[in-house]
Ligand binder design. Sequence first.
Ligand SMILES: C[S@@+](CC[C@H](N)C(=O)[O-])C[C@H]1O[C@@H](n2cnc3c(N)ncnc32)[C@H](O)[C@@H]1O
Length: 252
Amino acid sequence: MTEAAEAPAPVRRKRVQGGVATADVVLSAHAGGNADLFPRILALHVPDGAVVADVTYGQGVFWRQVPPGRYRLLASDLSTGTDCRALPHADASVDALVLDPPYMEGLLRPKAETRGGQGSHAALRTYYDAGGGRAGPGGGRWHQAVLDLYLDAAREARRVLRDHGILIVKCQDEVSANRQELTHVQIVTGLAAMGFYARDLFVLVRPNRPGVARLLKQVHARKNHSYFLVFQKVPAGQDPARYRTRDLLPGA
Ligand SMILES: C[S@@+](CC[C@H](N)C(=O)[O-])C[C@H]1O[C@@H](n2cnc3c(N)ncnc32)[C@H](O)[C@@H]1O
C-alpha cells in the first residue's frame, strides 16, 4: 500500500453562512422627522459609550428619542455661547460630532429685517437659528455663507475628532438667488478635500405636503427632503479616495 492511500480523506465541512434573514434593517430613505431617524443613524454608526459632541444642539430635538446615558453627550450651541467653528474641546478628544447649522442663506443674513423666518415663519427662525447663526466676519454672502459655515465647522470638527471618528452632518439643498444649490454635494466634495470619507447618506422625507403661500410659476421642484451625511475622519497622510469603512471603537 502506498503512503498516499493510507492518508485519511480530508473532511469536507459544509460552509455555514452567518447572519439571520430579516427586514429589520436601517434604510437609506425615511419618511418622518429628525427625532425618528437620528437615533437609528447613531445606532448604526456610533458605538454605545462614545463621546459625542453635538455642536449645534439647539432645542435637542435630535436627542429626544435617544436612550439617556447611551452616549457621553457634549452639547453646545451658538445661542449658549459656543461657536461650532471654535470649540473648547481638545484635539482628537471626541469620537463623534453632530453638525446641524442653519441650512438656508435667508437665516444667515446680517440684517434682522431681511433675515428669513419673519411673521408666520417665526418658528422656523427659532428652530433653525436660535438667536445665533450669523455668518462670521469675512464670510461669504448668500448661499456661500451657508457653505462657509458648514466647511469652517467641519474643519474644526476634524481637529477635535480622533482618527476614524464619525461626523454626522444634517443639511438640505436650497434654491438661492435663482440658483439650484445642491448643498449636500458641495459638502461631500468640500469634506473629501479636507480628509473626510463619505461613509453613509440618509434622505429624510417630510411626511406632510409643504404649502406655498404665493405661487406664480413653479420653476424648481419644491424640496420636501433633507439629508443626514455620515463622514469618517481619515487619518492625516491617508488618501480619502482609498479609505474603507472601518469600525469606530470607543476609546481606541
Ligand atoms: C437647525 S438648528 C439645530 C437643531 C438641533 N439639531 C435640534 O435637534 O434641535 C441650528 C442651530 O445652529 C445654531 N447655530 C447657528 N450658527 C452657529 C454657530 N456658528 N455655532 C454653533 N451653533 C450655531 C443655532 O443657534 C441653532 O440652534
